[in-house]
Design a protein around this ligand. Structure first.
Ligand SMILES: C[S@@+](CC[C@H](N)C(=O)[O-])C[C@H]1O[C@@H](n2cnc3c(N)ncnc32)[C@H](O)[C@@H]1O
Length: 215
């Protein structure tokens, strides 16, 4: 069941796009690796889904906020692209198995209890050879006021990611500081973790894919 009049619905109930209309920087830099059908977790107001749709990808954006996703649909109309949106609580959402060429998760800060149920389903929903592309605030962001949750359980780390996605092959795993300027809530020097991982293709030996040279 989707959350009712959540904090997110309240935040999004303003004319402005609170995370802006421009896509996340990490996604922009890495989107050329994506193809086909992409699932975007916690899509919010649509900036990332709409960007990917402008690249010709078929995007399914899921979020518990109906208000956010209504803004996502409006942004898609403005930009002349089509996206598929679905209001759903990620605590209960079950993506169809072996359906997506890519899964995108940008600043989707879920508690461990939700991640533990969802992330195995994320592994399953990728087609062989499919990619997970994720950026989140890291645990080092806890004491900063430039964005993200203060609850360390929702903040990520390389160790948490590697443990959460044991069946994906990491291609890029980086943590450090970068400037994040996205709307009114993400403002300034931030501690983040970035992760790109690939579901092994059929018949590929382990370690078949080397880390991305450009990452
Ligand atoms: C920081 S915003 C990021 C939005 C978007 N990914 C972006 O980068 O602009 C976090 C999003 O997570 C969504 N969210 C939080 N908990 C959720 C849950 N349990 N199920 C679905 N969406 C959730 C919120 O509605 C919100 O849109």
């Amino acid at each position: 069941m989707a959350a009712m009049t959540s904090i997110w619905d309240q935040r999004y109930a303003v004319p402005d796009y609170i995370y802006g209309k421009e896509p996340n920087d990490f996604l922009v830099a890495q989107a050329h690796r994506l193809q086909g059908q992409v699932l975007s977790l916690a899509e919010g107001e649509g900036r990332n889904a709409v960007f990917l749709a402008t690249l010709g990808l078929s995007v399914h954006g899921v979020d518990s906020s109906a208000v956010g996703l209504a803004k996502a649909e409006a942004l898609a109309r403005d930009r002349g692209v089509v996206i598929r949106t679905e209001v759903a609580d990620l605590a209960e959402f079950v993506p169809a198995p072996e359906t997506y060429d890519g899964v995108v998760s940008i600043f989707a800060h879920l508690p461990k209890a939700i991640r533990d149920r969802l992330y195995p389903l994320v592994e399953k929903c990728l087609k062989p050879g499919g990619l997970l592309l994720l950026e989140a605030y890291s645990e080092d962001q806890q004491t900063r006021s430039t964005g993200g949750p203060k609850d360390v359980d929702r903040l990520m780390s390389p160790a948490k990611l590697l443990q959460a996605f044991p069946h994906l092959e990491p291609l890029h795993l980086w943590t450090g500081d970068r400037e994040v300027w996205e709307g009114t809530y993400h403002r300034g020097a931030s501690a983040v973790v970035q992760f790109i991982a690939r579901k092994p293709g059929e018949g590929e030996p382990e370690g078949f894919w080397l880390p991305l040279p450009s990452a």
